[in-house]
Design a protein. Structure first.
Length: 278
């Protein structure tokens, strides 16, 4: 056991040096938000990273909790192209659940180092309507990251709910993958980690042994054209490609079903999922 620990430590040290005092954005979602054991391991990873000097930012959604909130008022969620149709009543629930219940529950488990935010705070995420058919679903037009830098420079962990606002003060529901990519770009993050419920990018969606561990964004775009990347993975991969193209050196899609998946991705040679880069 001692030798195993020493081997892990030797492997991890170069990565620790790489990420210390640099910003890493983690988009938190999927089963890791609903399984209490996985949730604990993610938050332990995030807290550890902060304690060793990584400037970690946690971005979250909360689809299951929103669905539960809507059910309480007798409303069922509707989706178009994977995005939640958000009328005024739904937006009220989204804001209460994401910026309230979900956000504060996460902050409470970060040992006093978490600071709960949403994209409205400090004018972080400026939006405009994405599509009238979707209602209050926002397209990010500008990121004002000052509040993120303030929290990071105080040695704390920004925990950001994916809600934004327009110039008139209207609130918008924002896809958490999109919000994470935009914030990672705006703060000059050295890495974006996107948690999912699958092993990563697969050549065959039915075969996890077909995992692609490393891919250039031009190769990923070719897979989109070939139809290998499609369905629900398409918007996630598009966010990865956009983030790399906008200057984030590395973007990973990782298997959030595995305990301590974030540390595995950051501190091991093998990683945990698929790494996108130029």
């Amino acid at each position: 056991m001692q030798q195993e620990y020493m081997d892990w430590f030797k492997e991890a040290v170069p990565y620790l040096q790489k990420y210390q005092q640099n910003s890493v954005v983690v988009k938190y979602g999927g089963n890791a938000m609903t399984d209490e054991t996985l949730k604990a391991s993610v938050l332990q990873d995030v807290l550890f990273l902060s304690q060793v000097g990584v400037k970690i930012v946690l971005i979250h959604g909360g689809g299951p909790d929103i669905d539960a909130g809507l059910a309480k008022i007798g409303k069922q969620g509707q989706f178009i192209g994977g995005l939640r149709v958000t009328d005024a009543e739904t937006m009220e629930v989204v804001q209460q659940v994401l910026a309230g219940k979900v956000n504060k529950n996460l902050v409470a488990q970060l040992g006093g180092r978490g600071v709960g935010l949403c994209g409205i705070d400090g004018g972080l995420l400026h939006c405009e309507a994405l599509d009238p058919a979707l209602g209050a679903v926002g397209k990010i037009s500008r990121v004002q990251p000052n509040i993120i830098h303030l929290v990071l420079n105080a040695g704390m962990i920004p925990v950001v709910a994916s809600i934004g606002t327009d110039a008139a003060g209207n609130s918008y529901n924002i896809n958490a993958d999109t919000a994470a990519a935009a914030i990672a770009t705006a703060i000059g993050a050295c890495k974006l980690v996107n948690m999912t419920d699958i092993a990563g990018l697969l050549r065959d969606i039915n075969d996890e042994d077909s995992l692609i561990r490393d891919i250039r964004i031009d190769e990923a775009e070719a897979l989109i054209r070939q139809g290998i990347i499609s369905g629900g993975m398409l918007p996630k991969i598009a966010c990865c490609i956009d983030a790399v193209r906008q200057g984030v050196p590395e973007v990973a899609i990782i298997d959030g079903r595995r305990p301590h998946s974030v540390l595995q991705e950051l501190f091991s040679d093998r990683g945990n999922g698929t790494l996108f880069h130029q």
